[in-house]
Ligand binder design. Sequence first.
Ligand SMILES: [Zn+2]
Length: 200
Amino acid sequence: MKGKTHAGIGAFTFISICHKVPGGFNYFGLLVVILASLIPDIDHPKSIINRYILPFKNKKTKVVVYICLAIIVLYFDYLYVDAPALKALGISLVFVALSSHRNGLTHSLLGLVVFTMIFGYLGETYNIPNMTYYFMIGYGMHLACDMMTRMGIPLFYPFIKKKYSFPLTYNPSSKGGSGFEDFLMIAGIAYTIYRLPTIF
Ligand SMILES: [Zn+2]
């Protein structure tokens, strides 16, 4: 699934359930949801976030950059902070560096828990309420959407390496698949316009 489709679906989901989320609708929440929708694909060197992080969009650069980031985070934690969330972030970055797309931590339930904990820690440190809710909506929807694709995701990584998908799937690299993603985006935009009067 394309990054913009993940971002769109995260945003539409937040808009459709924001009245049930503590704190209701707010732009910062929407931004966190969109960012969280893009994070699982940091295991792919050409994904949206990596376009900003990596100087060269290939696997070797991804390994080097993420290992360096891991060292910086772990060293910073060792010197100044000593927080479990930062240790978890440093170790997760090593996993991101070493796993290939959709084969590891970021596309698993464990990844959802670990990254939610990291963002929850950031929310607590900087006094941002409801951070974990926003994050789980975006990240959770990304995993659910990837389970609609034929390839599936390693939901129970690292315990079970098998990839899981829903009974009905589509092929995102086919013409029909990309048409289906466009349809989802148009439906989401139409729904957002319909819901706008009730949000504000
Ligand atoms: Zn993905």
